[in-house]
Write a protein that binds this ligand. Structure first.
Ligand SMILES: Nc1nc2c(ncn2[C@@H]2O[C@H](COP(=O)(O)OP(=O)(O)OP(=O)(O)O)[C@@H](O)[C@H]2O)c(=O)[nH]1
Ligand SMILES: [Mg+2]
Length: 305
């Protein structure tokens, strides 16, 4: 977009983070924001909807678009996630593709890079998780990943070690056009509170279960009520699973697992909401919801904002 205006050097624009599942997109977004906005886990396909995080400073407004990892889809949910990520490549100023420095560059990265090939937007290659590799390994990875596409910039960083995260910000802001402040300065994300609540609950489950469970759960906030007098949020949320057996696992022996998940989620939510939280968490079965596009969208997965 071009303007007749003079923005006095103020830069603003949209930067989409893309890559294979687990590449470190959401962790990098959190590191840039200096707080946890996106959920993260070592389970592939942690992020299930596209959303924005906004960093506003005196001289720029950087709008980061987090996306679900692009992968070979196995079900309707996978297809929705890919579509959502690919849509986030349209109408942005910069596309930053993350490649995990500690994993061999392979067909998964090539698949993502192929999606970028026909787009003419400025592209930045980000070698992530540099804390996990030696200097020599990083150089080899850089050579391999450089061949994936025609990059305008190449940068390496570690989000967890906070190494060169600022370098990433400086690089992409430099590539942004001059422009207006698109969003209010105090706006940090466009995710509605109900979505954030459901996501943080889902994160706790992703982090405590393995195998099929993380993929089979969907979380929905049913009710959220703030009582000013008590400075308390009453939140009711439902964890959906696909089978009775999964329900048993999430609940655990005498409710021990769901209790632990509830406690962990409540602690996080109290920090985010800055108030006390009463969390009523229930588990229900919704058979094969991952194959049902309507249900997937009802959860808010896929499309996103
Ligand atoms: N050592 C190390 N681990 C990292 C770094 N960045 C991310 N991770 C870890 O990598 C895993 C995946 O990180 P996410 O940020 O959830 O990855 P993602 O690309 O958003 O994944 P999806 O949402 O599934 O596409 C998590 O366990 C992170 O803690 C890093 O800089 N160093
Ligand atoms: Mg993510």
């Amino acid at each position: 977009m071009t303007f007749e205006h003079d923005f006095g050097g103020f830069k603003s624009g949209f930067v989409t983070l893309v890559g294979r599942p687990n590449a470190g997109k959401s962790t990098l977004l959190n590191a840039i924001m200096g707080k946890k906005i996106a959920i993260t886990s070592n389970t592939a396909q942690t992020t299930r909807h596209r959303f924005r995080a906004v960093q506003t400073t005196a001289d720029h407004q950087l709008i980061l678009v987090d996306t679900p990892g692009i992968h070979k889809p196995h079900d309707a949910l996978g297809e929705e996630l890919n579509t959502s990520a690919l849509k986030a490549l349209e109408d942005v100023d910069v596309i930053a593709m993350l490649v995990d420095s500690s994993q061999p560059v392979g067909t998964g990265d090539e698949w993502v890079a192929n999606q970028l090939a026909r787009i003419r937007t400025t592209k930045v290659l980000v070698l992530s998780k540099t804390d996990l590799v030696s200097d020599d390994e990083l150089i080899a990875q850089r050579d391999a990943a450089s061949k994936l596409a025609k990059w305008d910039e190449v940068i390496a960083c570690s989000a967890t070690a906070n190494d060169n995260v600022q370098g990433f910000v400086d690089t992409v802001v430099n590539l942004l056009p001059e422009g207006p402040q698109w969003f209010p300065a105090d706006m940090e994300t466009d995710q509605p509170l109900e979505v954030i609540v459901a996501e943080f609950i889902r994160e706790k489950i992703l982090r405590s279960f393995r195998d099929e469970i993380p993929h089979a759960i969907g979380v929905q906030t049913e009710e959220m009520r703030y009582q000013r007098k008590k400075d308390l949020y009453n939140i009711r949320a439902i964890v959906y699973v696909e089978h009775e057996s999964q329900k048993g696992m999430i609940i655990g022996k005498q409710g021990s697992a769901i209790k632990r998940i509830g406690t962990e989620a409540r602690e996080d939510l109290e920090r985010i909401l800055g108030a006390r939280v009463f969390l009523d968490l229930r588990v229900k079965v919704k058979k094969n919801w991952r194959r049902d596009a309507t249900q997937i969208r009802r959860f808010g997965y896929g499309e996103g904002a």
